[in-house]
Design a protein around this ligand. Sequence first.
Ligand code: ZN
Ligand code: ZN
Length: 278
Amino acid sequence: MSLKVGAHVSIAGGVDNAVANQVEVGGNCGQIFTHSPQVWQDPNIDDGEAARFREGTERDLEGPWVIHTSYLVNLCTPKEGLREKSVDSMQKEVDAADKLGIPYVNVHLGAHTGAGVEGGLDNAASVIDDLDVPDGVTILIESDAGAGTKLGGEFEHLAGVIDRTDTDIDVCVDTAHAFAAGYDLSTPEAVDETIAEFDDVVGLEHLKYVHLNDSKHECGTNKDEHAHIGEGHIGEAGMERFLNHPDLTDVPLALETPTEDGKSFAWNIDRVRELRRD
Ligand SMILES: [Zn+2]
Ligand SMILES: [Zn+2]
């Protein structure tokens, strides 16, 4: 299978610029925000931009792209106002995905803030079922580092939302998040065990994207800080096994690695290509 790997790239100046930005770092798939993720804002994509994005993707990339939703979205919230804003924001993201020909919209489950795990999972499923998801677009719920009352740190949470929704949804595993949440990925054996556990609890057929990041913190710390590929606590041996695990070779990878120490997305994508044996 061919390696699908790219980075989270900017859409500054127009979403169609994401294609050139992806090519520049050596990616052939990847992730975008449709607007600043720190604020409530609507995607603002005109027809020309969307057409150029689709043409560029078709011409220069293998895809698939994934949209990462706003950090303010909280599917698990018991607060009515926040729930409504989350529904509204999610609807605009899945509509933007439809317009851009993007098959996936990635979202964090968010924090239950007192609703409890079961209540939070119920809330998340109910928000998703309130959406009108266009054909060809699938929501991916992202694994979380599991700090505080945030859900998605345990694979059971992801399975719990899949079980509760009437909507077909799938999963994006973020390797740094899963590791921080307590799933060891730092040795070949640990990677195999974690993948087997994911398959048991969620099912590998639901794994449609991976955020490939190393972790600046140790396994089980619930601390979410991404490191360069092979240079964090997951390390080279864990990354190498993850990249060559026979069940994962066709899953697209989006890097959300830092841009520091003079190491860019291009450096990290090169590292992935070195560690992968094809
Ligand atoms: Zn995320
Ligand atoms: Zn992520």
